[in-house]
Design a protein around this ligand. Structure first.
Ligand code: FE
Length: 253
């Protein structure tokens, strides 16, 4: 488990990996939560499940008070992203951005403070009150049919949700001095099974890689596991472009 780390910092803009949250059950998947600070306001990317909410809040409070959180972005509808949202919506007055296709499903998490803003299928840019511009990049079917990535043009960080997610064993994590994968050929074993089983198809991956390669990206920051930059980032994109996965792996009669 790593602590919070600043991935980008200039005077008015900071991109922080809050911590790696563990749901407290050895079967629960650890998750990364990110906070963007801009002109004194905050945006949370995938704030996490119900069990991790107190840990995430605890770390977040070192940087910003809940009333200054202006936006929460949900990459998709899963419990490790939305499970804690009811508490976040009581604690903050943030708008919650999520794919339009999940709007009518999310109330089933018991959400009563509805402040959702639909992200259209084609994505697009939004400028918040602080002046922060977020670029929503569709990553549909990777793995969710309404999956959204967030690109921050100031830090050149792409929050990639489940794309690039890895499950790194604890003993292996102890060898990592930082939160970045050091070498894709050794990292691949921790990410391959997840992508083959959860991602819908190679066509979806290829479309995503084509869109992402148009962006100027320094860091790819997934919701689980280690982050990618430099050569490892390029190697990851090359690998995932050619990866058969999901329905590609069905053998037809
Ligand atoms: Fe998911």
């Amino acid at each position: 488990m790593h602590n919070d780390i600043t991935l980008f910092n200039d005077e008015s803009h900071r991109f922080i990996l809050l911590n790696e949250s563990d749901p407290g059950d050895e079967d629960g998947i650890p998750s990364n939560q990110y906070l963007i600070l801009h002109n004194g306001k905050g945006t949370l990317l995938d704030p996490g499940g119900f069990g991790v909410m107190p840990q995430v809040l605890n770390v977040m409070l070192q940087y910003i008070q809940p009333q200054d959180i202006e936006a929460i972005v949900l990459s998709h509808q899963d419990p490790d992203i939305v499970g804690g949202l009811s508490s976040w919506m009581r604690l903050t007055s943030a708008k919650v951005f999520a794919s339009r296709i999940w709007r009518r499903f999310l109330p089933h998490y018991g959400l009563t403070h509805m402040r959702f803003v639909d992200i259209p299928d084609e994505g697009g840019n939004i400028t918040l009150n602080s002046g922060l511009t977020l670029s929503f990049i569709p990553a549909h079917f990777l793995h969710s049919p309404g999956q959204i990535n967030v690109y921050d043009p100031l830090s050149k960080i792409l929050f990639s949700g489940d794309v690039g997610a890895s499950l790194v064993p604890l003993d292996e994590k102890a060898n990592h001095a930082d939160v970045f994968a050091q070498n894709f050929s050794t990292h691949r074993q921790f990410t391959e099974g997840f992508h083959k089983r959860y991602m819908a198809s190679n066509r979806a991956l290829r479309y995503w890689v084509q869109q992402v390669r148009k962006l100027d990206i320094d860091i790819i920051a997934p919701q689980h596991g280690l982050l990618y930059r430099g050569q490892v980032k390029d190697d990851f994109l090359d690998w995932v472009y050619d990866l058969p996965c999901g329905s590609d792996l069905f053998e037809l009669d």
